[in-house]
Design a binder for this molecule. Structure first.
Ligand code: IMP
Length: 497
């Protein structure tokens, strides 16, 4: 006979935190949001950590190269999606790794004879605001100048004018020499008052670009997620079907951490992949697994060698798994059980296997609740899909600026690997829709982290570990919500132009 558990499945919105004593240590500057990303011995530091406990979802509508760079700058890490040919995914990973922190790879180029219209298209397609002009339009061509979004405007300039007429020429620009240090490059940027410094080789090619903005970001987020060579760290999704080819290609491309991407990770297929990784690479390749919603699932994957375990089925904003398959669990209930199992596992084995709470974060306050419940870091789709750096189109819908966002199980994504239904998707597990456009990742993450720090200060915790140990949560009644929202009619939010 089927067993019916006594619990009611609960989600984040059903809880509030109670304040603890705020003492002198509790200042925003003292709050440490860093978190372990991969398994490690209890009491030791994880070999890969993040300064910001936010990672972007393994989704085509979320984790672009641009987003991965912006998020690594902000101290988190992205997971490039695996619903694409292996070479394309590996290419995206390699593109992130090419952006050595501070020195950006020169990969947006144009010929001087191209039109401003073509330059405009390139700006839009790449999201870059500067293009390097070379004699043949390739990165390996001779450096002739720079053209930026500030250099022309179609009210003043014709679309068929050539780039040559508006670019700043190499002669007018201050340039750096190959081999210079980042500190020297930043000084040159200040001396020259340029926003971008092209670093040029002895034979006249641009080998890197240094942006003024990156220095400001570096100071703001002093803990970028970088590897030993100061390249941004990046993760990548893998599946249980083509892993024998995909994993070596991603490792070769430089992926720092992999993650099995499945709505249900409690399977021998995931165990097989984890065994393959351990056999082939030992601990040199790090791989997370999931998703699970209970202690059994966690223990199975932890025993199989997972470096972290992802928690959550059916909680994602674009997810209809619960409707379609009747499988899932409220994210708060799932986390509570898995956190208890993680801690028991650490006690028994001396091995700490971090938990990632995946999906279902609707308000910033839910991040604090998820972390208070004991999640080590959070995976977010909808949150990041709203930003400039996500790869999807920005469109105007009923007077509001929105960005496209679709689930990996929607027919749009046709994620055969993740949902394993063969070529013709028999049913969908995800929605294809829009989310309100919210601006840059940097601006939004700054505000989100300020809120998180503020919550932790009220709860008297200066590190996430302390927050896990000391947070006190209460369940709220429906009437508490009504009291919160009924009295005042809110002002309409101004829409972004
Ligand atoms: P969000 O942050 O609430 O938007 O949730 C993002 C998470 O939803 C992802 O990290 C996935 O675990 C999950 N997800 C992505 N696509 C689908 C889908 O099509 N159906 C169900 N879940 C999905």
């Amino acid at each position: 006979m089927a067993r019916i558990l006594a619990e009611i499945s609960r989600t984040f919105g059903e809880y509030l935190l109670l304040p603890n004593l705020t003492d002198e240590r509790c200042t925003p500057g003292n709050i440490d949001l860093s978190a372990p990303l991969v398994r490690h011995r209890v009491g030791e530091l994880a070999p890969i950590r993040v300064a910001t406990p936010l990672v972007s979802a393994i989704m085509g509508a979320v984790s672009s190269v641009e987003l991965a760079i912006a998020l690594a700058q902000a101290g988190g890490i992205s997971f490039i999606h695996q619903n694409q040919p292996i070479s394309e995914q590996a290419g995206m990973v390699a593109a992130v790794k090419r952006h050595k922190a501070g020195f950006r790879h020169n990969d947006v180029n144009i010929k001087p004879s191209a039109t401003l219209d073509e330059a405009d298209t390139l700006f839009k397609r790449t999201g870059s605001d500067v293009i390097v002009v070379t004699d043949d339009g390739n990165p390996s061509g001779t450096f002739l100048g720079l053209i930026t979004t500030q250099d022309f405007n179609f009210i003043r300039h014709r679309r068929d004018e050539v780039v040559d007429s508006r670019m700043r020429t190499a002669r007018e620009l201050v340039t750096g020499a190959e081999g210079m240090s980042l500190a020297e490059a930043n000084s040159l940027l200040w001396d020259s008052r340029q926003d971008v410094l092209p670093v040029v080789s002895a034979d006249g090619r641009v080998t890197a670009l240094v942006h003024r903005r990156d220095e400001a970001l570096h100071h703001k987020f002093s803990n970028e997620t970088v590897d030993a060579a100061k390249r941004f760290r990046v993760g990548a999704g893998v599946n249980t079907h083509d892993y024998l080819e995909r994993i070596p290609a991603l490792v070769e491309a430089g992926a720092d951490v992999l993650c099995l991407d499945s709505s249900d990770g409690y399977s021998v297929w995931q165990q097989n992949v984890l065994a393959f990784v351990r056999k082939e690479y030992g601990d040199a390749v790090r791989i997370g697994a999931g998703n699970v919603v209970d202690g059994r699932g966690f223990r199975f994957l932890a025993d199989a060698g997972a470096d972290f375990v992802k928690v959550g089925i059916g909680g994602g904003s674009i997810c209809i798994t619960r409707d379609q398959k009747g499988i899932g669990r409220g994210q708060a209930s799932a986390l509570a059980e898995v956190v208890a199992e993680r801690d028991a596992y650490a006690e028994e084995t001396g091995m700490y296997v971090p938990l990632c709470s995946d999906g279902g974060i609707i308000h910033d306050s839910h991040m604090a609740i998820a972390l208070a419940f004991g999640a080590d870091f959070l995976m977010l789709g909808r949150y990041f899909a709203r930003f400039d750096e996500s790869p999807t189109n920005k469109v105007k819908l009923a007077g509001q600026v929105v960005k496209e966002y679709w689930g990996e199980g929607s027919s749009r994504a046709r994620n055969v690997a993740r949902y394993g239904q063969g070529k013709d998707l028999a049913f969908e597990e995800g929605v294809d829709g829009y989310v309100p456009y919210a601006g840059s990742l940097y601006d939004n993450v700054t505000v989100t982290l300020a809120k998180l720090r503020s919550t932790m200060i009220s709860c008297g915790a200066i590190s996430l570990r302390q927050f896990h140990d000391t947070a006190r949560l209460v369940q709220v009644s429906q009437q508490t919500f009504v009291q919160n929202s009924e009295e005042v009619q809110r002002n309409e939010r101004p829409t972004v132009a």
